[in-house]
Design a binder for this molecule. Sequence first.
Ligand code: AMP
Ligand code: MG
Length: 496
Amino acid sequence: MRPATDTAARPINPAQAELKWINTFTGLGPDFYTELTPQPLPSPYWVGRNRALARELGLGDAWLESAETLAALSGNQPLPGTQPLASVYSGHQFGVWAGQLGDGRAILLGEIETPQGPQEIQLKGAGLTSYSRMGDGRAVLRSSIREFLCSEAMHGLGIPTTRALCVTGSDAKVRREEIETAAVVTRTAPSFIRFGHFEHFSHRNQHAQLKTLADYVIDRFYPECRDAKQPYAALLQVVSERTAHLMAAWQAVGFCHGVMNTDNMSILGLTIDYGPFQFLDAFDPGHVCNHSDEQGRYAYNKQPNMAYWNLFCLGQALLPLIENQEDALAALESYKTVFPDALQARMRAKLGLPDEQAGDKELIDSTFRLLAANKVDYTIFWRRLCAFNAQSGHAPVRDLFFDLESFNAWALQYSERLAPVDSAHRADLMLKSNPKYVLRNHLGEEAITAAKLKDFSQVDTLLTLLQSPFDEHPEQTSFAGFPPDWAASIAISCSS
Ligand code: AMP
Ligand code: MG
């Protein structure tokens, strides 16, 4: 193992010297990680910068402008105060125990104090680690732009997620299905700990380390569990509830993750590891966005059950600490009520229903059935529905359907339900619940195509737009249109 980075080195610029590194993960001890140095990325350049996030983190406007930051976040120059490391975890991939995985291309620089509380800063694609297995430790420009934009899009939608401060690129070649170029995404989150971290120590019967990890997560993120009769069962329950809320948010907005393996499930209930994700275009409940997912395990409509399956693995992993199987099962039970309740609440908001009434579930189910039967564009339907008016007709919504008889029957049912609802209140609720802009695959593709030719302006435009996706942005409506025909042929797999 390499010694820790020399933290006594002279600060490389005043803005960086102000960062307060606390690096609590290293306190877990060497069983949890390997210290290492990022691999330099030749002649890096900025691809995208998230100045809003930099400000939120108190990094100062100058921080993302400096050449030193560009070098540091490309892995070319150590940042004083950091203790770069790759963590070890295991996981179930596509339903099968995969054994040890670990940060194969993610390097945690450390953790800083910010106005938002402590945040870890991690480089994704900064070179080989002890856990790279057959991989090259790199990320390509294409997938890095997708992660950068989508994590910010999710944040703009109010959905818990890891975030991204910037993408730096290089002309260095990376081999995938074809030759591409390398990039590094700088991600932030309070923690990047995954279900797989717990599975790792449990499967190795390393119960002391398992307890150390669970105690760390409880103390830092779920201190209320300490007071429970069984703190580790309480941890499982709170993670189940967070995950249930996350799944409700994904389903309501039409987000498909694509690779919901247990190593891609955050212990904080964040959306993590953006790979072959997709926002639905036409509503197809069985849509599979990952071309490597031949069985359709992670189809859109299977995500909530897959999350439960993953929570079950987490429960299994925590069993040596929970001790009593009944307690573990009881902790998981909450998912079965929290998820449907959270989804119903989100769908009611999308329909503009401020309170709950008998029959709402039936209305929501019939809406999903109608959208599926007519393959209606999911985002456009909901946004147009905000202006639905039972009196003046609803041509913009009706025009989305080919089975008009079914639509008319549904519109009647919906109008009756809306009758007692104040229309101004309804419109307000709906406009805040139905985004006008989501990161559709073709929008990402267009930005990527331009970026490959060194035009990063669309990355910047999309980033700004997606940070406030519920606003109208009248000058940007071209980003709110139907997908072009070629969007259906975009094939995105695990390889990135
Ligand atoms: P994913 O499904 O992309 O989250 O990746 C699953 C595992 O493969 C994780 O351990 C990753 O760190 C690792 N991995 C993915 N791509 C690479 C790569 N290019 N080099 C090294 N490890 C990788
Ligand atoms: Mg992963």
